[in-house]
Design a protein around this ligand. Structure first.
Ligand SMILES: [Fe+2]
Length: 280
């Protein structure tokens, strides 16, 4: 029978105690980030189907994606054309029913209030940015979670439907990327003419106006894993300098009755799994 010294017994016990910790650490490292990107829902109080669609979205996510970390709304979430801030409030009321947190950037609808009473930047921030644990810089925000940086960048120009990143936005994104952490960017206007548009006016409206500068300053960072945009309502998954560049089909474009599109994304380390999904 082999003898075990007190010293080696204690050492063994220490290893046995430490092992679960090591395993837990490895598990924590592999912990994945799961979220859904919903963009261009254009909820409009004058169209009850568009309101019902949002309720379907909320219930579908609550029933089928119970382990989501959050939902990201990509702008043009509501049409911002109801008297006062009624449509913003209705959108918030529905989204507040999600089982997980949600974060939003503005689209051209939110940045183009029609009257004095409709939602402007300050009102949007108060409703959808403040009090959510986000770091903010001007119109932009940063969510730090599970080792990832999620940047919500505002590419809107007040009262215009085209978009660009301001110097302040680009600097904030650069500073964030410099940390080296795996980073995602959520914004409204896509980076390329991915749909092959030929009308100059259309390209000006839909493609981020200073996309070349944005690509030069942001996409050169290897840790920029993924960008998520909307605005054009046409789905696309491409790459720019090794970063995955996604534009999600507009939620306003159902495939069939009650089949509203959104994108499910799961990240584990630098690995990205994503798919376009539909409600119902
Ligand atoms: Fe838009």
């Amino acid at each position: 029978m082999s003898k075990i010294s007190r010293r080696s017994f204690l050492k063994g016990a220490a290893i046995a105690t430490a092992l679960p910790l090591v395993a837990n650490a490895a598990q924590a490292k592999k912990e994945s980030l799961k979220f859904i990107h919903v963009t261009d829902s254009h909820m409009d109080l004058s169209n009850s189907d568009s309101v019902e669609a949002m309720e379907i979205m909320r219930d579908f996510i609550n029933d089928n994606y119970k382990d989501l970390d959050f939902v990201l709304f990509g702008g043009d979430n509501f049409n911002n054309n109801a008297p006062s801030d009624k449509d913003a409030l209705k959108f918030k009321e529905i989204a507040d029913g999600l089982h997980c947190p949600y974060y939003s950037v503005r689209g051209n609808k939110e940045s183009s209030p029609k009257g004095d009473n409709q939602i402007n930047l300050a009102a949007f921030e108060k409703m959808f940015v403040d009090g959510r644990g986000l770091k903010t810089s001007g119109k932009d925000w940063l969510l730090e979670t599970k080792g990832y940086n999620i940047l919500g960048l505002d590419s809107c120009i007040e009262h215009q439907n085209n978009g660009l990143y301001t110097e302040k936005t680009l600097s904030f994104a650069e500073q964030t990327l410099k940390s080296g952490k795996p980073t995602l960017i959520l914004n409204h206007h896509p980076y390329t003419n991915y749909w092959g548009g030929t009308e100059e006016k259309d390209i000006h409206k839909y493609v981020l106006n200073n996309t070349q500068e944005a690509q030069k300053r942001l996409f050169t960072y290897d840790n920029l894993l993924l960008t998520l945009s909307g605005h054009k309502h046409i789905d696309s998954v491409k790459e720019i300098q090794g970063s995955k560049v996604i534009v999600t089909r507009g939620f306003i474009r159902p495939l069939d009755l009650d089949m509203y599109p959104m994108r499910y994304v799961e990240l584990s380390g630098n690995e990205i799994n994503e798919k376009l999904i539909y409600t119902a």
